[in-house]
Design a protein around this ligand. Structure first.
Ligand SMILES: [Zn+2]
Length: 75
């Protein structure tokens, strides 16, 4: 799977959007959020059960004019 078109247009104001990403900052770690299909299943050990599930990194585009954010599970 490829990233969305780099010349994305903002759906709110039609200005250009720039690619980027949002970080999750934990205790001494920084990660990029990921998309997982289905409903979350909790685990008392790790918080969430993710074994065997595909995890797709999330790319987030930001509008240069109105600051609107739009996210894509870009693979
Ligand atoms: Zn905009």
């Amino acid at each position: 799977m490829s990233e969305p078109n780099r010349s994305l247009t903002c759906p709110r104001c039609s200005a250009g959007m720039e690619p980027g990403y949002i970080i999750d900052q934990g205790h001494g770690t920084r990660t990029v959020p990921k998309w997982v299909a289905g409903q979350p299943r909790t685990s008392i050990w790790t918080g969430l059960k993710l074994r065997g599930l595909d995890q797709i990194k999330v790319a987030t585009y930001r509008c240069r004019r109105c600051n609107y954010l739009e996210s894509y599970a870009a693979g």
